[in-house]
Design a protein around this ligand. Structure first.
Ligand code: SF4
Length: 378
């Protein structure tokens, strides 16, 4: 009965209201048991999540995408806790990207010369079981006020070489529009910023949040605001989420997507192809396919590095270049992202390089003769 109501409500008038979705988010074991037939491992994982670690949160909308009887459902694997979260393996880290070590002002992380990351809330519509920031999301004091972010703004003002701010969390899409508008406008006043990046998973987990009012707030805060969202599976490309993406793009906001490569969720070529094709159909540019960070308690969802390289090699040539994201690994400790890919060089000699195409053919490229009158490479 409750289950049926939830599924219906995700579609009816109240379900179209993002605040209703947020208020009716599943946060307890009994509510989850009502909605899904849980395995013993899921029940144990949920009990643990409620007492320690990353909490449980699943919006009614995202819940409606889950197969209630299939524990291997790719949506379910992303949001229902499992007993394996209690296990740690060699290389697991609490803060895999070394964000705490790179915090230059409260809530401001700087790992690159020209970019900085501003974490303005710890709340999300859904707590993804693979979250890189599981150390703090759901447990970091809630949404930040503009006053709390003053030291970060002061830092940015004093460092004009920072040309881009990535506004993230948690999921900043969960914040009220007035609070968000105040923070984004304060950032928009920094004269050095080329662009503001707004990272939100709400188009995937709470697409009702993408209202005209939110789009206006984003659009008006800075001339160049890019939205970065996070679809991992084609099942997430529903009419509702596609409408949310269309609303953003039609409002003049470029939308990019980063996916995380997740074992059992999207680590096969057909799933990735369907995802990437669906994204470009929605005018969302697949930007990154991320090797999953070694967050403690997530080894059951991780793939070896070689898996992503092999998958992208299979998709090369088969899928249009605009649909193919960059495969990257964000190196542990915060040393930065490194692109990964198959090595196309078969042999290299002075002036001649032999390359292997996506079809496996070998092709030799010949350099032009060096003209000593022209400047050479420096
Ligand atoms: S929405 Fe983002 S920050 Fe929130 S739990 Fe998911 S991955 Fe982590």
């Amino acid at each position: 009965m409750v289950r049926a109501q939830q599924a219906t409500s995700a579609r009816d008038e109240r379900g179209d209201d993002w605040r209703w979705q947020a208020q009716h988010t599943i946060r307890t074991l009994p509510a989850l048991e009502h909605a899904l037939t849980l395995t013993a491992a899921e029940r144990e994982g949920t009990q643990r999540a409620l007492s320690e670690g990353l909490p449980l949160a699943i919006t009614p909308y995202y819940l409606s995408l889950i197969d209630r009887d299939d524990p291997s459902c790719p949506i379910r694997l992303q949001c229902v806790p499992r007993a394996e979260e209690a296990s740690t393996v060699d290389g697991d880290l609490r803060d895999p990207l070394g964000e705490e070590a790179h915090e230059v002002a409260p809530s401001l992380i700087r790992r690159y010369p020209d970019r900085a990351l501003l974490l303005i809330t710890d709340r999300c519509g859904v707590y993804c079981r693979f979250c890189t920031r599981s150390r703090m999301v759901g447990d970091g004091g809630g949404a930040k006020s503009l006053d709390a972010l003053r030291p970060a703004l002061d830092y940015l003002r004093a460092h004009p070489e920072v040309r881009e701010v990535i506004v993230s969390g948690g999921d900043p899409g969960l914040m009220s529009t007035p609070r968000l508008r105040a923070i984004l406008s304060a950032l928009g006043e920094l004269p050095q910023l080329d662009t503001l990046r707004f990272a939100t998973r709400t188009p995937v987990t709470l697409p009702q949040r993408i209202t005209d009012d939110l789009c206006r707030a984003l659009r008006e805060s800075h001339p160049s605001v890019w939205v970065m969202t996070h679809f991992n599976h084609p099942k997430e490309l529903t009419p509702t989420s596609l409408r949310a993406c269309a609303r953003l793009v039609d409002a003049g906001l470029p939308v990019m997507n980063q996916s995380v490569l997740l074992r059992g969720v999207n680590d096969d070529e057909d799933t990735l192809e369907a995802l990437f094709r669906g994204l470009i159909r929605a005018r969302v540019r697949p930007y990154y396919l991320l090797q999953m960070d070694p967050v403690r308690g997530t080894s059951h969802l991780r793939t070896p590095l070689s898996r992503g390289v092999a998958l992208m090699a299979k998709l090369e040539g088969r899928v249009s270049g605009i649909a193919l994201p960059k495969l990257v690994v964000d190196t542990p400790g915060g040393a930065g992202k490194i692109p990964l890919g198959r090595d196309p060089v078969v042999s290299a000699a002075p002036g001649r390089t032999t390359l292997r195409t996506f079809r496996g053919e070998e092709v030799t490229c010949v350099d032009p003769p060096l003209d000593e009158g022209l400047p050479g490479p420096t």
